[in-house]
Ligand binder design. Sequence first.
Ligand code: G3H
Ligand code: 13P
Ligand code: NA
Ligand code: ZN
Length: 310
Amino acid sequence: ALVTTTEMFKKAYEGGYAIGAFNVNNMEIVQGITAAAGELKSPIVLQVSAGARKYAQHEYLVKLVEAALELNDIPIALHLDHGADFEICKSCIDGGFTSVMIDGSHHDFEDNIALTKKVVDYAHSKGVVVEGELGQLAGVEDDVNVAAEDAQYTDPAQVEEFVSRTGVDSLAIAIGTSHGAFKFKPGQNPQLRFDILDEISKRLPQFPIVLHGASSVSQEYVQEIQKYGGNLADAIGIPEDMLRQAAKSAVCKINIDSDLRLAFTAGIRKVLSEQPEAFDPRSYLAEGRNNIHTLVKHKIVNVLGSDNKA
Ligand code: G3H
Ligand code: 13P
Ligand code: NA
Ligand code: ZN
């Protein structure tokens, strides 16, 4: 059966590693990720966004994840990524998910607490765990000045009150990561605020922290996409050594979506470009799936450190 993240985060915290939380949207993505995790005996979180539910439908995604569970002997949690309101969280809790995120980070502090607590009360009554968020991830597109960027980081002074008043099981924080494949401007030095992370983890002993926007945007895949007709110039992610450092800390969940998209797209572009006569979807989807398999193995062993922890 699907598990919650409680046990996996506890072991990750104590063991100094992190669990990969991978976004899924279709069968090939589920298969690529779970085959890699299965071979390496790594626990994983498979997460589904509102957009993924709209694209693939809740029922298909649950059944795909259940199939993966049947075929791979590893702990898997099924998680709602960026739940925007109580209703979508309830729908996922009632529909078999073992974990939900309520993303109240765009609300003010009191409204975020009220919304998050409402989700926690319902989720806990059903045995489901909840991830909350404090602080806003930077959007590199926004032309914000340094002071404004600073204001978006999670304020360590707020975390104890947020966690104790809401009862959340894990907390997503903003320390300089961001969503998508363009996290830093060309020439900008990628940086994460490990000082803020340290301060937060001191105030929340033994408490699991989550990093969103944590793709590395491997230049290998970016260049392959460029080579085969794509246009992703200047795509930049979080350097792997920073993620390794984060994984050793209180960070227990590292969210990865963009890297999967890049790997999948690179494989499909390669086949369609090298074999213009190819029109069997299996030929190019298999190459996308292979790339995801390779990528996730690399993440588990070289970035997360979650291999042989199942
Ligand atoms: O954080 C966002 C995830 O990458 C999901 O993206 O909303 O386009 O499915 P999506
Ligand atoms: P990336 O865009 O860096 O992969 O982040 C994904 C994420 O945070 C999903 O919630
Ligand atoms: Na960790
Ligand atoms: Zn996210």
